[in-house]
Ligand binder design. Sequence first.
Ligand SMILES: [Fe+2]
Ligand SMILES: [Fe+2]
Length: 172
Amino acid sequence: MSVTILDLIVDEHQMFSSRLKEQCLRSEAMQRSFVEGFLRDFFIHDRAEEKVLYQSISKLPHVNKETQCLISSFYSDHSQIFSLISDLKDLPSRERRHRTNVLAENIGFHFKDEEERLFPVLSQLFSQQKLVDMGQLFLATKAEISGGLTLTSIHKHIASGKSQTNLFSLSP
Ligand SMILES: [Fe+2]
Ligand SMILES: [Fe+2]
């Protein structure tokens, strides 16, 4: 059976969770390099998710309010998680360990929400073949984003608040 975008994202979620667990055992110098690598990889994952997954949903004519609200909250989650990761770098060791646990908890909630609340909706909205095609697009988009990406450009992007782009105009 072909790999869907949902399979790819779940695999990446597991990889990020394992890396955060291992992080607690690292030395001071390794912790610093971990932050930069993790920020870069997480940035690519989230931006590709926004471009391929969230935007595909936003283009559909009939998306219910609950799903719209869920996607909006995911943009905020991404933004908050980017800030938590980038703040880690300048902290003293003990504080960084504590904040890494907070980060792991936040990321865990976000992954759980995506997988348990959004993915079942996606399986209903899109055919299996469409989800496979979206998987290919997700990988191509990640490659495109990572080309020429620097930490400076990531920090600029985070500071500009572009991750908070809300594709749905939610009426009260
Ligand atoms: Fe996400
Ligand atoms: Fe994700």
